[in-house]
Unconditional design. Structure first.
Length: 404
């Protein structure tokens, strides 16, 4: 009798405790869920509002939307955002729209006068192929990669970034981003020379673009006949010697990605040094969204000369999440990226549904000293924010939010 009573009490205790104690909610999934809902609304509305081939790029001071035509360096970001939006939400309508916006960019495969082919084709067609495996996306990717590779000079040891006439052979730190397209194409199209060009570019850039503190110059101009460095300068930063925030982000992302593709430890060391420069910078604001250039000395004031650049923060978050998976002590990188993503997902940066011309993020800077795209949404801020959220979801194993 006693035995039966104890057994009954034990079963009751287990049952009651399992009813009384609901499974604890992971606090990280609360902000993430809300963010995913905003993403679904904004991207769905944007895809219905804008036309393929004329993608939303930023917002003009008068409130109208600046559109990116096919030859604009940012044109691949909106289709890429739709693809990431599909992956984050599982909303098949976003995938259908992503396909339309991607295929409208087919003629980019004929462009030869810029290094930006990686941004333009890999972010759009590259994601389309990665997600669907549909071979219709391959011809544009194949032609674009050949055109990007054709800009590589073995004499200089880099890809030429721009063809603007006032430079001799300009290479910008942003160019590091486009190497990912070459590494991928080398395998996909069996072109080992692409890998060699990408790694040579990264090593030459490591030698010439970086200062002792691992901040980077924006532009290095070379003599195309000898490979000699002619000038180190800026195009979008505050001064030639300053640390333009997005440039530091491009470098961090670039070397993290080069290490992932080659396992060359020089690239990993470079990435960790750049991460340290960014993460320990005395002028990094508390919310970890940098001012557009780290050398704007009033960065911590509310002065209007110091607008934040959410695009730089989004690129840093995406890069740090990758870096966190490639090193033993990666938690510090993942935690920092999480802080950035929480800031970007707060009301201070993330649009309210239906507002912000259907962009996701507010407060980025394109080219401050050209008075261009200051404190505005930017298509690449949204793209790298979505990419970072996707990586975050995968690291944190958050997938229950998707629709079936
Ligand atoms: N690649 C141009 C920029 O970052 O503004």
């Amino acid at each position: 009798m006693k035995k039966t009573f104890f057994l009954f009490s034990a079963i009751l205790a287990v049952t009651v405790s399992s009813v009384a104690k609901p499974k604890p909610v992971d606090p990280s999934s609360i902000w993430f869920k809300k963010t995913t809902e905003v993403i679904n609304i904004q991207l769905s509305k944007a895809a219905k509002t804008y036309k393929p081939g004329k993608n939303p790029r930023s917002v003009n001071p008068d409130g109208t939307v600046r559109l990116a035509g096919i030859t604009d360096w940012t044109t691949g970001f909106f289709p890429g955002s739709l693809w990431y939006g599909y992956e984050l939400t599982g909303d098949k309508a976003l995938a259908e729209q992503a396909k339309k916006f991607t295929l409208a960019l087919d003629s980019i495969r004929n462009i030869k006068n810029t290094h930006d082919l990686g941004f333009m084709l890999y972010c759009s067609y590259g994601n389309a192929y990665r997600i669907t495996g549909d071979k219709i996306y391959l011809p544009a990717l194949q032609d674009g990669a050949a055109n990007l590779y054709a800009r590589f000079s073995p004499t200089v040891g880099t890809i030429r970034s721009w063809d603007f006439s006032w430079w001799h052979y300009p290479v910008i730190i942003d160019n590091m981003m486009n190497l990912e397209y070459l590494y991928w194409s080398a395998i996909q199209f069996n072109k080992p020379e692409y890998t060699n060009a990408a790694s040579t570019h990264a090593l030459t850039t490591m030698k010439n673009h970086f200062r002792k503190d691992y901040s980077s110059y924006h532009v290095v101009d070379y003599d195309p006949k000898t490979g000699k460095v002619l000038r180190k300068a800026t195009h979008q930063g505050l001064t030639d010697e300053s640390a333009w925030a997005r440039g530091q982000a491009w470098g961090l992302y670039g070397y993290t990605m080069c290490y992932a593709n080659t396992k060359n430890h020089k690239f990993l060391e470079q990435a960790e040094h750049i991460a340290s420069f960014i993460m320990n910078h005395p002028r990094m604001p508390k919310d970890k969204i940098p001012v557009w250039d780290f050398d704007v000395h009033n960065a911590l004031d509310t002065d209007e000369r110091a607008p934040r650049d959410a695009s730089a923060a989004a690129v840093i978050a995406s890069a740090l999440l990758d870096l966190s998976t490639q090193v033993k002590d990666g938690k510090k990188y993942a935690d920092y990226a999480e802080d950035i993503l929480k800031s970007l997902s707060s009301d201070a940066y993330l649009a309210k549904p239906g507002e912000n011309n259907y962009f996701l993020l507010k407060h980025s800077v394109g080219a401050f000293l050209y008075n261009s795209e200051i404190d505005t949404p930017l298509d690449y801020a949204d793209y790298y924010y979505l990419e970072a959220l996707k990586k975050y979801a995968s690291i944190k194993k958050i997938d229950s939010l998707k629709k079936s």
